[in-house]
Ligand binder design. Structure first.
Ligand code: ZN
Length: 417
């Protein structure tokens, strides 16, 4: 090979390739080297493979004593919203009764942030969201999925999806955009009428607009039934959007069977899923996305258990689920929770945050691992071994963030974004 590189990272204490074909879960190479050219990885391995690709023009970063990993793929967020649910958060922590919550006039649930999200201008909504997304980038996220679903009317849902487009245009991050009209039902209509609006108007319109690549719904008691979700997701498929599904978060009502039948990209939450439903998801190649952040934020009475999911062969991704009910922008914090609270190994959690997250977004051919041909989305850590990612509760353990071959964060917070 006589192609020289733009950038080389040499001598990592541990290079976590996270290749799908690695023998372990994260493809560790001790003393690993990586070469980048034109925003893509052109080589990853030992010194002998990479050193010949260095020329006088190559920027060389010495990663001695440090871990090098793929950028994080945060595959489930509701990061575009206005307002806050801080009053509800503390009402629940203090275990206020329903009567007391009502007496104090505290609003709860996803409709709380509907009004501010509707009232924000596009730019105001962008600015509030961009602040959170910059924090995600500093915390190592190089691809983020972002759902609509806090407007539930045509104008606001399209505004949320437009913010997704602007985030990708203006910030060094890739954005996978998801239409989640079936996140709730607006107060001023019936579910039947709203379903009709979704299936016959909004979903075909969003599909044509090209503003979303996935269509999502919330399958749970008190939300949408499995059959309603099937109708919504089939309309999404007809409009060119791949299905995703929130299911099993607070009850199990058969959502996994719909996700499996429709070959959804992912089924997310999974707190209440029976074992046979996990097997169905695994057999259909659906990625399971349990969400440690929301289980923590709501003090979930049934935190997800990864053990039966792993036993049934489900590929597991994890994500921040950044939303007004779980104000989390940090994938390292999610890894810490996944390990400490849910019993995942550090390797399982790192895989879930990288290559498995890429699979949950159908982008595993482009991102999620460090191997030739992939986008050069790479993190350099102020840590010497991968277990420390889940063991050191640091403010920000990531020294350098590289997006598409370009250094966008240096010295943890001295950002170029
Ligand atoms: Zn969600």
């Amino acid at each position: 090979m006589n192609e020289k590189s733009d950038l080389v990272i040499k001598n990592a204490a541990e290079l976590l390739t996270c290749r799908d074909d690695a023998r372990d879960l994260i493809g560790v190479i001790r003393g690993g080297w990586v070469a980048v050219r034109g925003g893509k990885i052109i080589a990853a391995g030992d010194k002998g493979e990479v050193e010949p690709l260095i020329s006088g023009e190559t920027e060389v970063i010495d990663a001695a004593g440090r871990v090098v990993s793929p950028g994080f793929v945060d595959c489930h967020t509701h990061v575009v919203f206005g307002g806050t649910r801080v009053e509800e958060y503390f009402a629940k922590i203090e275990r206020l009764s329903e009567d007391e919550i009502q007496r104090r006039g505290i609003r709860t649930g996803i409709l709380t942030t509907l009004t501010p999200t509707r009232e924000h201008t596009l730019e105001a909504l962008y600015e509030e969201t961009a602040e959170r997304v910059r924090d995600m980038i500093i915390s190592g996220t190089t691809t983020v999925e972002s759902k609509s679903g806090y407007g539930l009317d045509r104008e606001t849902e399209l505004k949320q999806l437009e913010v997704n487009r602007l985030l990708e245009k203006r910030l060094p991050v890739s954005v996978a955009s998801t239409y989640l009209g079936a996140h709730g039902v607006p107060h001023n209509t019936t579910k039947e009428r709203y379903m009709d609006f979704l299936v016959n108007e909004m979903i075909p319109f969003v599909g044509k607009s090209g503003l979303a690549e996935f269509c999502d719904a919330w399958c749970d008691e008190g939300h949408y039934t499995a059959e309603e979700c099937r109708v919504i997701l089939e309309a999404g498929l007809n409009a060119g959007m791949r299905p995703k599904l929130h299911e099993g978060g607070y009850s199990y009502i058969g959502g996994a069977l719909v996700a499996a039948d429709l070959r959804a990209a992912s089924a997310d939450h999974l707190n209440y899923n029976p074992r046979n439903s996990l097997r169905k998801l695994a057999e259909a190649g659906v990625v399971g996305v349990p969400l440690p952040g929301i289980d923590f934020a709501v003090g979930h009475d049934r935190p997800f258990d990864p053990a039966p999911m792993i036993e049934e062969g489900l590929e597991l991704a994890i994500a921040t689920n950044c939303c007004p009910g779980c104000w989390c922008t940090s994938m390292p914090f999610i890894i810490i929770l996944a390990c400490r609270r849910h019993g995942m190994s550090s390797e399982r959690a790192i895989r879930a945050a990288t290559i498995a997250g890429a699979k949950a977004l159908c982008r595993e051919k482009k991102i999620g691992s460090i191997e030739p041909g992939k986008n050069a989305d790479i993190l350099i850590w102020n840590l010497g071994r991968h277990e420390d990612i889940a063991y050191h509760y640091m403010t920000n353990p990531i020294e350098t963030v590289i997006k598409d071959g370009r250094i966008v964060v240096v010295n943890s917070r001295e950002t170029l974004i």
